[in-house]
Ligand binder design. Structure first.
Ligand SMILES: *Cc1c(COP(=O)(O)O)cnc(C)c1O
Length: 408
């Protein structure tokens, strides 16, 4: 008799984005003439850069010729790609070795899968609001109880990030073991300073906790003083794992390619030296046969000098969108955060209305779709996210409607 994984039953309601899609579909059905603009889901919109396209075309051509055909590769990723990733970090003074790099099919899977090398009894801390995967995947793995009436899963530690603390959490007061940090942050667009991150590294070293650091938006940082990797900080190699991806930087959301850095020195309460790195190697060798070889060729090209220059232009496009959005919202008196070192603008809802009411209002009055802050955690209530991923004409049209049609 098979039985199901009852931890899944603790998950409440739907995932945020299906609910947005449902409300948008209903609105479109009721208002067939409305032209709806989507600044909701954080999905890239601009074409792959030429260096990536030609490298992937060449890789396909090689597979089509028996003399250059290749099958399975190393599950950790192609050496040339691991070297290029390590070199990117080293060029910025981050302490990363080639052996630390594990290539994957994306940061979402890594951020969930990495829990497997840690005991189910570990207490998980998350920024609140946060990318929903961290919470939901830990609930599914049995690291929480059910949701309480404060919209929090029992057993998880929520670290509030609001305007009052500049969207970076205080150090946990209770015992926590696995700490998810995302910088630049999705959804708030806030970036942790060196001092703020060092505080968490020191905490983790002292308590033998592990930081899971998601830097998927690192390339969007404009301010040279802000850290782009946790491995720029002393001590991080003993207590941190970093998760990153080509999705937002190189437009690989549909192509699929990411990586994580599990340092050879990583340690926790009961590990032998090097044991966590060996366990993650074993986990990947067992569960994963490696990222697509065609796609890895694209990743190597994205990290070449030519690819980097082209990706910088892509990022500049999205960051100009972010500037346009933020300027438009501020021009009508809305309070905004983020958007300066991240492709997300995080705004306070006007007149204290709740996040989902503002979603309906923006959709109804402007036919613009955004993301309710409460969908990212209880501390996101009263906030709203607008994404800078979009074609310029759509961003201009959406912001014009917001400026002229939103009733405040
Ligand atoms: C988009 C995003 C990712 C990227 O996930 P992929 O699976 O690599 O596409 C990772 N973390 C955060 C916070 C994101 O917003």
């Amino acid at each position: 008799m098979a039985t199901l994984n009852s931890a899944y039953r603790r998950l409440t309601a739907g995932y945020l984005f299906p609910e947005i899609a449902r409300r948008t579909r209903e609105f479109a059905a009721a208002n067939p003439d409305a032209s709806i603009l989507r600044l909701g889901i954080g999905d890239t919109t601009e074409a792959l850069v030429p260096a990536v396209v030609s490298a992937m075309q060449d890789a396909v051509t090689q597979l089509g010729d028996v003399s250059t055909y290749s099958g399975y590769g190393d599950s950790e990723g192609q050496t040339a790609l691991r070297e290029a990733i390590a070199a990117l970090y080293q060029s910025r003074g981050a302490d990363v070795k080639v052996e630390d790099v594990f290539v994957s099919d994306g940061a979402k899977s890594d951020s969930a899968n990495l829990q497997q090398i840690f005991d189910v009894s570990n207490v998980v801390a998350v920024q609140d609001p946060a990318y929903p995967v961290y919470v939901d995947s830990n609930v599914m793995s049995g690291r929480s109880g059910t949701k309480n009436n404060q919209d929090q899963y029992e057993g998880l530690v929520y670290m509030p990030c609001t305007a009052e603390n500049d969207f970076f959490p205080a150090l946990p007061e209770e015992k926590v073991d696995l700490i998810y940090l995302c910088s630049p942050n999705n959804p708030t667009g806030a970036v942790a300073s060196r001092e703020q991150l060092q505080g968490f590294v020191d905490y983790a070293l002292e308590h033998k906790a592990i930081i899971l650091f998601d830097s998927a938006y690192a390339e969007f940082i404009q301010d040279p003083e802000l850290p782009r990797s946790i491995f720029e900080l002393p001590g991080a190699r003993k207590c941190a794992i970093e998760i990153n991806s080509f999705s937002k930087t190189a437009g690989f959301t549909g192509v699929r390619l990411g990586w994580c850095l599990v340092p050879t020195e990583l340690e926790c309460e009961d590990s032998e030296p090097g044991e966590l790195h060996k366990m993650w190697t074993r986990r990947q060798n067992t569960f994963f046969n490696g990222a697509s070889n065609v796609v890895q060729a694209g990743g190597i090209a994205a990290l070449s000098d030519e690819g980097q220059a082209q990706c910088k232009e892509l990022i500049a496009h999205y960051m100009e969108n972010a500037r346009i959005i933020r300027e438009a919202l501020e021009s009508i008196g809305l309070e905004c955060f983020g958007g300066e070192n991240a492709p997300y603008v995080w705004m306070k809802t006007p007149a204290g209305i709740d996040s989902w009411s503002f979603f309906d209002k923006l959709l109804g009055e402007c036919n613009v779709v955004g993301t309710p802050g409460s969908g990212f955690g209880p501390s996101g209530e009263g906030y709203f996210r607008l994404s800078a991923f979009g074609h310029r004409e759509n961003i201009l049209e959406a912001t014009e409607r917001i400026k002229t049609q939103l009733s405040l």
